[in-house]
Design a protein around this ligand. Structure first.
Ligand code: ANZ
Ligand code: ZN
Length: 807
């Protein structure tokens, strides 16, 4: 047979597919087929280009799309660019070039590189978040939220990245550092636009049940939303006509509350100071205003200051001192807590450090502990030192206490969420302008919808200012405008949206990307959405994946779409790393570029190797040498198929049996997303067929064609070429995925005698192709009663006899 020439074959099919796309466009053939929407997380067009790690996700989604195509679906498989935001802008600043120019060039480059993968993206659906025709709708959504009271302005201390010189949302702060650049995050008091995602907290939590997502991601989202049940309890302040309300999830421990701590920002903090403590209290308040939330929660050593005032424990009337400490957050619960050092770790640490009383109220193993060395934090055990509650089970009391407290009139049962509203404005240039006009008479007025898009103006200096104002604030001609309501002189909002704005809804736009009247037509939205399969990295678990769910629910509520969850199924691929598991990056110098591998081995080999490196959901270390193995497999199959074509052999029972077995194995491994074992399955079965062909001179045509269809999603070029050589005119992707017949998979059964020391003791039925180990195991089982001595020899003559020798 002619040798496998990947260059010629791949070049030829690229041209053919260009002319006749294998996935017919929307509204052509698609109409009568069911849809399947397979979505990739769209990339940031950075200047670094693609490495073999990026390929992995795109190969997985393409294999899945082509499989669905062969299963008879109309497949929606689009691609676009998440091009606004910090990464593009930081890159542009580094290169001293306007972000619009570098972004456009990066898009060109990456698009060319993505095309090397030979994925069946429909480029007619392409979107780019920086295209005014796209961000017109990003702005439109913001205006709808504003009209519903979900987008609001507020001044408060927010997370601030001193290096990116912009405010950040909580989700963008990872372990106290900026999600983008890794700098330590501080606080800054800023006027901010916020989106009221908290209004959707319950729905975002409950609807996780509807989703076929990895449990790990669902758990991250539900932890982030952080719903907890507890009580608010009112503590009167001693000698003042004031009350302080605390939030607790452990009202059962109320008798053990020996002091109280307020967040330094608490509105009562300053008022509680007395003459002797005033100076220390004010200094403490100022110092903590400079720290980030994460620092405050994970800070090594507890800090705090006594206010000089006391309040009264409403259950037992005891006086408890009021302290300030930054381990209590201002924006969670009520910003004040009752401290039960015997049963809470942080309170315990604080009590030890400042020598405050510790009173145990839950008996651990029925006992009161002499000298506590750590808090006993479980709600297990009987109540002690708790007045009328003594003798109750803490677990029961924990549930009942909120209602008891409510009846006593000292507080109420409450539910709390950790989720905060989304800080939505950025003091940066490269983002969607927020379409709001500040009018001295009318307040905040949205830009009239028929004036959208509100274009991002050209500026000379797009560097962040660091003053808390965006670079747009320096462009007077742009800032100064007329109020659309009253016509007075007014000013435009100069903050821009965060990079997550466009990605929160882009998947809706693909299916109607040229619609000038609507974000997406009702018709297309209900025909092609929601997304059936979403493929991407796990790093967006609480950012993009939460924000998109919020946007989808909002657009559902205002009637734009008729579904309220965007992504029915989610698959998170693992990372491809360099040697020793180190992340591939330019700075580490361990980036493997796909270009040379494609050149040397071909796209088909690289596609298959990307899957062969390991289970797709796990990280995998890259080693170039491994690609040789899959390349050899492709050559072997190539030769087998061409030799068989010449040989024109009739099918044998063995060929048929293995064909059905192979269809079964490949399909079930593919269905369970075990893509690396699909590739090893191809290798195993091809070896088997090569062995058979040695005896028969080839493999029958139907079997080879079946394997070729199975192979098509993985090595599409070779599959098309073999298919054509087998005499087919139409693309292989117009075929249907092969079916298997369980009966045909079964091996022939034969009867075989089992002897002990040469005497037949039983006859068993086994497969004609049974292995030695399986045959002996089955034989021994059949005669186990008679195997009384030590087995010294086991003989198996295939198809003839099993003989066990014992002594
Ligand atoms: C008394 C108590 C006793 C508490 C005990 C715990 C254990 P989750 O589950 O995360 O909601 N808390 C309340 N507001 C806080 C704030 N603003 N900053 C820091 N901590 C705060 O946790 C609720 C618990 O965290 C509350 O229950 C409160 O401490 C603390 F044995 O109250 B607990
Ligand atoms: Zn006005």
């Amino acid at each position: 047979a002619v040798p496998y020439n990947h260059k010629a074959i791949e070049a030829k099919w690229r041209v053919n597919w260009e002319k006749n796309p294998v996935n017919p466009k929307v509204d052509e053939k698609g109409k009568e087929k069911p849809k399947y929407y397979c979505l990739d997380m769209f990339p940031y067009p950075s200047g670094n280009g693609l490495h073999v790690g990026h390929w992995r996700g795109y190969v997985i989604s393409d294999v899945w799309s082509r499989y669905k195509l062969l299963k008879g679906y109309y497949v929606i498989h689009p691609m676009g660019w998440d091009a606004f935001g910090l990464p593009a802008e930081n890159y542009a600043i580094k290169m001293g070039e306007h972000p619009a120019i570098s972004t456009a060039r990066n898009v060109e480059n990456i698009k060319r590189q993505i095309q090397d993968i030979a994925a069946i993206y429909d480029w007619d659906m392409e979107v780019n978040t920086t295209d005014p025709e796209f961000y017109k709708w990003t702005q439109w959504i913001f205006i709808q939220m504003f009209k519903q009271g979900l987008a609001y302005e507020k001044e408060f201390p927010i997370n601030w990245c001193p290096s990116c010189k912009t405010g950040l949302a909580n989700e963008e702060v990872v372990n106290g550092r900026c999600e983008r650049c890794g700098s330590e995050v501080t606080k800054k008091n800023l006027r901010q636009w916020n989106l009221k995602i908290t209004k959707y907290a319950d729905r975002l939590l409950n609807d996780l049940d509807k989703l076929d997502w990895p449990e790990k991601v669902k758990k991250m989202q539900s932890d982030w939303i952080g719903k907890s049940y507890g009580a608010e309890v009112k503590f009167p302040v001693d000698g003042m006509n004031e009350e302080i309300t605390v939030y607790t999830t452990r009202p059962d421990t109320l008798h053990g509350a020996t002091f109280m701590v307020l967040a330094p920002e608490h509105e009562m903090a300053k008022k509680l100071a007395v003459d002797e403590t005033k100076e220390a209290v004010e200094k403490y308040i100022y110092d903590s205003s400079m720290k980030s939330n994460v620092d405050r929660l994970q800070g090594k050593e507890k800090t705090g200051v006594f206010t000089g005032s006391y309040c009264i424990n409403p259950l037992n009337g005891k006086k408890v001192p009021i302290w300030l400490s930054d381990y209590v957050l201002a924006d969670y619960g009520t910003g004040a807590i009752m401290c039960v050092p015997a049963h809470d770790d942080r309170d315990f640490e604080f009590a030890k450090k400042f020598d405050l009383p510790i009173v145990q109220v839950i008996a651990k193993d029925g006992k009161e502990i002499e000298n506590m060395t750590e808090a006993y934090t479980k709600a297990e055990g009987t109540m002690i030192n708790s007045g009328v509650w003594n003798g109750m089970e803490s677990a029961v009391l924990k549930k009942e206490a909120p209602h008891m407290i409510e009846k006593m009139g000292i507080g109420k049962a409450t539910v709390n969420f950790k989720l905060r509203d989304w800080v939505f404005s950025r003091q940066r240039y490269w983002g969607e302008p927020i379409p709001i006009i500040h009018c001295p008479h009318c307040g905040n007025v949205p830009v009239p919808e028929d004036e959208l898009p509100l274009r991002l103006p050209e500026v000379k200096s797009y560097q962040p200012t660091g003053t808390g104002e965006s670079p747009l604030a320096a462009i007077d001609e742009w800032v100064n405008c007329k109020c659309p309501v009253c016509g007075a002189d007014a000013k435009r909002e100069t903050n821009t949206m965060p990079q997550w704005a466009g990605s929160s809804w882009y998947f809706l736009r693909y299916v109607d990307n040229k619609n000038a009247e609507e974000l997406v037509s009702k018709e297309n939205a209900s025909k092609y959405l929601p997304v059936d399969m979403y493929i991407g990295g796990v790093e967006h678990a609480v950012l993009h994946l939460l924000y998109s769910r919020f946007y989808t629910k909002f657009l559902y509520d205002i009637g734009v779409i008729d579904f309220d969850e965007p992504f029915l199924k989610l698959f998170n691929q693992g990372m491809i790393t360099g040697k020793n598991g180190i992340k591939m990056s330019k700075s580490k110098g361990n980036v493997v570029s796909p270009d040379e591998l494609v050149d040397d081995y071909g796209c088909d080999s690289l596609r298959m190797y990307e899957l062969f490196v390991g289970p797709p959901e796990l990280d995998a270390e890259w080693d170039d040498r491994g690609i040789d193995g899959v390349n050899r497999f492709l050559k072997r199959f190539w030769k087998l198929s061409l030799d068989s074509l010449e040989g024109d052999v009739k099918p044998t029972d063995e060929m048929i049996r293995y064909r059905h077995k192979m269809v079964y194995e490949i399909t079930s491994r593919l269905q369970s997303f075990s893509l690396n074992t699909v590739i090893s399955g191809f290798m195993e079965y091809t070896n088997k067929f090569v062995d058979i062909a040695k005896k028969t001179g080839g493999i029958d045509c139907e079997t080879i064609e079946t394997i070729t269809i199975l192979l098509a999603p993985f090595a599409p070029h070779m599959a098309e070429e073999v298919w054509e050589r087998y005499g087919h005119k139409d693309t292989i992707f117009a075929e249907t995925w092969p079916k298997y017949d369980e009966e045909a998979m079964k091996d022939d059964q034969i009867e075989i005698p089992v002897q002990i020391n040469g005497k037949t003791r039983a006859v068993i039925k086994v497969s004609a192709l049974v292995s030695k180990d399986d045959a002996i195991a089955a034989g021994k089982e059949a005669v186990k009663e008679k195997l009384t001595k030590t087995v010294i020899k086991e003989i198996f003559v295939p198809g003839k006899i099993i003989n066990i020798v014992q002594k």
